[in-house]
Write a protein that binds this ligand. Sequence first.
Ligand code: C2E
Ligand code: CA
Ligand code: CA
Ligand code: CA
Length: 284
Amino acid sequence: RKRAGRNGAHIFDPSMLDDTIHRSEIESHIEQALKHDWFEVHFQPIHDLATGSIQGFEALLRLRHPQKGLISPAAVIPVAEETGMIGRIGAVVLDKAVAQLARLSTFPSLEHAYVAVNFSALQFDPGLSARIAAVISHHGLQPHRLVVEITEAVLMEDNPQIRATLEEIARFGCRIALDDFGTGYSSLNYLNRFPVNIVKIDRSFVSASADPSPSVAFKSRLLIEGITMISHKMDCQVIAEGVETEAQARTLAEAGVNFGQGYHFARPMPFETLLERFATPAVA
Ligand code: C2E
Ligand code: CA
Ligand code: CA
Ligand code: CA
């Protein structure tokens, strides 16, 4: 059942074009990456649309292969899920993302920033909330500095164990973001049934809001406004994903969206680049 759901969720994923040879190649890259510490976390800033200030960063997995270069999560994650390696990869991402957040916190400009980490359904085993709590406490961070990003796929089967784990994570004080919002079967239906704090409007709405057809653009803006209004009434903050132009950022701000993330602001970058760009101590 899980496998079918997962394949369903990846129908439009370009990695589905991979043949089995490619898959087994990725699988061996993953094994080596776990063994030799080739996994990295890249960071993409999330900006307040009203003030421009950075609120946090999304942590995005990269596999740095010594010969092939950077391999994208779109290739890695589906294979990791099928082979059961997602648990170990997820642990690496969580450790690195939180350790790097702790380092960022030493810079006054970023001392309140959060890090958002993606979790797939298969990572929601009964030990997850304890592992999250241990990592956060180990680095002496406040739990709200970690945002747990999940998609509808995590909530879809309404698995009591996943629900219990999410509620534990929420009680511990981490925030929960619902990713790719609006692209699933019943996005709105999850807001009242799970402890969601942040809604991430999928980038398909953002790009459609600048569609060359005025009626498509107009209706997309109405959808963004409506999602934002409902989210706010449910006490959720709203982030728009895939903001690529200044005009989109303005439209989103006018629609009441709180935060934006996308190439208009910055592409995902390695931690060292992030430090150079955003954590330079102020010149006296
Ligand atoms: P996502 O969580 O929806 O992450 C956003 C994706 O959009 C990222 O792709 C990001 O690089 C890309 N993006 C950001 N701004 C823009 C923009 O302005 N325009 C466009 N066209 N794209 C933009 P990325 O890094 O390739 O990640 C792809 C997906 O892989 C993620 O989608 C997420 O579902 C998954 N993923 C990434 N890291 C992890 C991880 O550590 N664990 C798990 N389970 N999944 C991950
Ligand atoms: Ca995400
Ligand atoms: Ca997303
Ligand atoms: Ca996505």
